[in-house]
Structures are given as C-alpha cells and as structure tokens.
Design a protein. Structure first.
Length: 508
C-alpha cells in the first residue's frame, strides 16, 4: 500500500508541475508586448539554492549524533582519515562553486538592455582548473593505494600471529567458524555440501574436530584478526561499520581481510555514553528480501578475556556432528565419513542408526509403497499413531522432515512432493483420519510477518494435499508464527528446526 501511495504522489506532483507550466505559458500569451522582468525569478531561484545549502549544513549539525563514533580499528583510523580529507576538499569546493553558481543566476539574469560578453577560451584558466584537480586527485588516490597496500600487507604477506575467523554469508545470516586450540581451520570441499553440512567441512581432516561455530563475532583488542570471507549463494558484504571495514563475500571466490581492533565494546560504551551500544556485523549488499536480517552482534574483548571465551567454546564436531553420526541421524557423503564412524552410515542418503533399517519401506493397504521415507520419520510416526490405541491429543504433533520452502516464501521446493505424496497416500489408506497442519517460523524478523508466513505455508501444504486427492473437509491449517519453538533461536541450527510444518491427527 505504501508503494502505491508513493507512486500516486509522484503522479500527482507531475500533474501539478505540468499544470503550473501551462498556466505560466497562458500568462505569457496574455502579456504579449509587455516588458518581462526576470529579476524576481532569478532572485527566487537563488534563494532556493542558498536555502538548500543552509538546510544541508544545519541538518548535518543537528544529526551529528547519528554519525559513526571514532574508528574502532587501526585500519579504520587510516580509512577514516582518507574519508575526512576527501570530504573536506570536495566539500569546500562544492560549497564555493554552488554559492557562485546561484549568485551568478541572480547577478547575470536576463535584461533587455544588456548583452552577454563573448568569452570562448582562456588557456590560463584551462590549465588551472585541469592541473590543480589532477594534482589533488593524484595525491588522494596515491595515499589511498598506499594505505590499501599497508592494510593487505602486499609487500610483507599475511601476518603470522593472527586470530583467524571464517565468515560465510548466506541468505540471510552469517556463519562464523573459529579454529580450536590447534589454531587451524578444517578443510572444506564443495562436494561434501548437503543439508547437514552446508559449509562442506571435511570431517576426515583432524583439524576440523576442534573447530567451533559461534553465534556472535568475538574479537581480541590489539591483535590482528584474519577474516577468511566467503558466501554460499549470492554476493554478500562483510561490513563492520564501527571499524570502517568492508569486503565482498563472493560465492566460489574466497576473499580475506586483516584488521586490528583497538577499542573494546566496554570502552566504546563509555565513548558513546550509551551503556547499550553494540558493535554489529552487517551485510552491505542488497542480497534479497531478508537483507535487513543479516546482522551479528560483535564483541571486542581484552586479550585475556578473549582467550577465556575461546577456551570455553565447544567443538562443533564433538558436540553436534559425531553424536549425530553415532545415532545415524547425520547426513554425510561417503568421502566425509571419519574413520571412527565408518560402517555406520549409508552413502549419499539420510542415515539411521545401525539397529534401524536404512529406511521405512512399507506398502499401504491401497497398494502404494512409501518412497524415501526415513525410519522414525513422519510417515512411520503417523502410521504407528493411527494404528495404536493412543488417544488423540492437542499436544501431539509430528514434524515433516523433508518439506522445504524457498527462503522467506510459501513456495514449496519440488523435492517436497515426495513426502507430500506419502502423506496423501497414508490419508487415502485411512479414510476416516482427519489432520491439522501447523506452520511455524523462527524469531527473525517482524512477528506479524512471521505469523503471516507460517499461515501461508501451512495453507500451501493443505492445498497441495487437496490437489493430491484429499478432501478439504479432512484438513485444517493454522499458522503459529514464532510460538512454540522446539529449539533455541540463538543458533542457526535451532532456527532451522523452528522453521517447520507440523501435522496433528484430529480424528482417527
């Protein structure tokens, strides 16, 4: 609605300008033969120009508190110096030239008794306004290149004593991976990427076993940080505004950046006189509809505090991956199976524990054989519940495990049809059964938007089941938005679990 109102406003303004122009032409026709006086128009235009200039200066003063605080990194100081010098030089030239421009409009406005002086060329002036800008720009660019070489250690190479962090952008979040006590990040291989290993980490590499995933970017003060930057989908941008640092995150083309934080988070709160002030990692590219969600809290600590924080972090492999592999619930590719877990997984497929079968293969009473169903998956759970003597409960829900939507939309990904087909056939095999579908989201974004998205997704699944031959009278859907999370929303993995569609049997 706001976009429509904006478009209508622009159209109305255009109509007003056109009508004013027509009225002006009509007045000129009525005044044929009269002497025109342009002085008032010239004065009015000049006053508008000076008014805009004064407004720009005053607004800059009144909103000075919105300007970023002093740079919080060594490199940020250098970059800010370049920005300030460039702004001062171009700002002074801009103010002077604009003032002269609008003064000329008034001073030399048209008069019938005055003829313009023909002055086509002056070699001296040409040299002055060509050479001086060229010298100024050469100095600015030269200093900028020198600072760039200094920041990237072009002549010295990568610093040795650094804190390394891998930053990977995706729609719409950042994944932060730190090396463990060995100081080395595990290798990655794009052929190992799947739903459970979106970074494609090679778990055969011992260096990956002590790496940890962080929910916030934590940095040490006074020590060089080496940021290894990448992206999984579209171009993002690693942007630390308070540190004046920015580097593109490009899919398939790793980039990097060295910087040294110089002001802790606690010190910046004192500097800004704001006890709630926080550093932030943002994306400075328009990467999609959820772009505004790409923020991570950043904390800068004294070196001992940082070391303590780092020592307290738990290995992602030891706490998440290995237990899931042992239970058979972690999807892997054959080349990424650590030797200690060999024999407990099935190549290229969702895995199950050794005491379970590779899948839930059951032929229904109507002759349909379930496809791709996992042991202990939603299909098996629904069938077991329908066949059991368990009472129907409003609190008993089963989560779809192979239902996927496009990011931020209620559009199902084609691979979801397999599980939808299974559920539809189960309902056909048990014609008295009725179900309710519940849609859920994580807590990222506005609650009202999440509520609508969850309802739209649940409704979409219901409509798909109707298309597959299930009577709409047997189905209901409802969106619950951020309510009833089944995992913590403080981690990417938890938020992924909370974005789901659940199914509840309401009648057997």
């Amino acid at each position: 609605m706001s976009i429509l109102l904006g478009i209508l406003t622009i159209i109305l303004l255009y109509i007003v300008v056109v009508q004013i122009g027509k009225a002006s032409d009509l007045i000129k026709e009525l005044k044929v033969g009269e002497q025109e006086d342009h002085s008032k128009g010239a004065l009015f235009l000049s006053l508008i120009g000076f008014g805009i200039l004064i407004y720009s200066i005053l607004s800059s003063y009144f909103y000075k508190d919105m300007i970023l605080p002093k740079p919080a990194s060594q490199e940020g100081v250098w970059i800010q110096q370049l920005i300030t010098v460039t702004l001062v030089i171009t700002g002074v030239v801009f103010v002077i030239t604009q003032a002269i421009l609008f003064w000329f409009v008034y001073k030399y406005h048209y008069k019938s008794d005055r003829k313009a002086y023909f002055y086509p060329h002056n070699n001296t002036l040409e040299v002055v306004w060509t050479v001086i800008p060229a010298i100024v720009l050469t100095v600015l660019i030269g200093v900028g290149i020198w600072r760039w070489y200094t920041i990237f250690n072009v002549f010295k190479g990568r610093p040795r004593d650094v804190v390394e962090v891998e930053v990977t952008g995706k729609q719409f979040a950042w994944i932060l991976r730190y090396p463990g006590k060995d100081g080395k990040l595990g290798k990655r291989d794009f052929t190992l990427v799947n739903g459970d290993n979106e970074l494609g980490i090679d778990w055969n590499d011992p260096a990956s076993h002590d790496d940890f995933i962080a929910d916030e970017l934590v940095l040490p003060k006074g020590k060089t940080v080496y940021a290894n930057i990448g992206a999984l989908d579209v171009i993002h941008d690693f942007f630390l505004p308070q540190m004046r640092i920015m580097m593109d995150a490009v899919p398939g083309v790793p980039t990097s950046f060295w910087f040294k934080p110089t002001i802790t988070s606690a010190e910046m709160k004192v500097i800004t006189k704001n006890p709630n002030y926080e550093y932030v990692l943002a994306c400075n590219k328009l990467c999609g509809s959820g772009h505004y969600n790409m923020q991570k809290k950043v904390r800068v600590l004294e070196l001992p505090e940082y070391q303590k924080w780092s020592d307290e972090q738990k290995s992602y492999y030891q706490t998440v991956v290995k237990p899931a592999m042992d239970e058979g619930t972690y999807k892997v590719n054959s080349s990424s199976i650590p030797q200690e877990s060999a024999g407990k997984v099935t190549e290229g497929e969702p895995t199950v524990s050794s005491e379970n079968t590779a899948g839930f293969n059951q032929k229904l009473s109507n002759g349909f054989e379930l496809e791709g169903a996992k042991a202990a998956g939603v299909e098996e759970k629904i069938i077991e519940f329908i066949k059991s003597d368990k009472a129907i409960s409003k609190d008993l829900w089963f989560s779809f495990d192979r239902l996927l939507f496009e990011n931020g939309k209620a559009t199902l990904i084609p691979s979801s049809q397999e599980q939808l087909k299974n559920v539809a056939e189960i309902l056909k095999a048990f014609p008295s059964v009725e179900i309710k579908l519940g849609g859920y989201t994580d807590n990222v974004g506005k609650p009202e938007s999440n509520q609508k998205l969850s309802a739209d997704r649940a409704s979409m699944v219901m409509n798909e089941l109707v298309k597959l031959g299930i009577a709409s009278s047997r189905l209901k859907s409802e969106g619950y938005g951020e309510q009833y999370p089944i995992a913590s929303n403080t981690t990417d993995a938890g938020r992924q679990q909370n974005r789901r569609i659940d199914i509840r049997v309401t009648k057997k």
